[in-house]
Design a protein around this ligand. Structure first.
Ligand code: GLN
Length: 195
């Protein structure tokens, strides 16, 4: 029997439902996080989905969720962040004055592939997983990383997946399509942490 785990999925904006379906298909219990009250539920993991980071950041602050989530991440809650979620975690944004949780020591470029035409699909190697079909949707990429950040994938000389301590962050959208390996990799990390 797999250990039962509860994953909180930030559900204030963006592509959260696909993460929920995928994680539930893998046996995880999911809770959608929309307000401060939802954050009282004990979580084993957290998903920060793609969407629009400026909107997500604003709602997080308006709802009083920002500081609570930031503390949970600092305290070691396993996180899977995709796209806008990566932007929320980054220490620095190279082309935006905003900053959010600043728990991941990397510099990220928003809308790095061009604003509207920057969506594409490619296949590339993710360390520890294998070749993965990657959906990029007005995606950011990681320009540079600080020591201690493990680079898992590079596409066209740009870093698109990293692990740092409890945080797994991706430029692309692993919730699109049928491939569940990234979510399985995340759930393994969650279960290991739970002990
Ligand atoms: N362009 C979005 C942002 O800057 C991210 C895109 C996405 O999450 N697919 O927040």
């Amino acid at each position: 029997m797999m250990k039962p785990v509860t994953i909180g999925i930030l559900a204030v904006q963006g592509a959260f439902i696909e993460h929920r379906y995928m994680l539930e298909s893998l046996g995880a219990r999911c809770v959608e996080l929309r307000n401060k009250e939802n954050l009282a539920i004990p979580l084993d993991g957290l998903v920060l989905p793609g969407g629009e980071s400026t909107v997500q950041g604003r709602i997080l602050r308006d709802e009083g969720m920002f500081g609570i989530l930031q503390q949970k991440i600092r305290d070691g809650l396993p996180v899977l962040a995709t796209c806008a979620g990566l932007i929320l975690l980054a220490d620095h944004l190279s082309n935006d004055r905003a900053s959010y949780f600043q728990t991941l020591p990397v510099t990220v470029r928003r809308n790095a592939y061009g604003r509207q035409l920057g969506s594409f699909i490619t296949t590339a190697l993710v360390k520890g997983i294998g070749d993965v079909r990657m959906n990029f949707i007005r995606a950011p990429y990681i320009e540079s990383v600080e020591p201690g950040v493990d680079v898992l994938s590079v596409v066209d000389d740009h870093i698109v997946a990293v692990v740092y301590k409890n945080q797994l962050a991706l430029s692309f959208h692993p919730e699109v399509g049928q491939d569940t390996r990234i979510h399985e990799f995340f759930l393994d990390r969650v279960r290991k942490k739970k002990g």
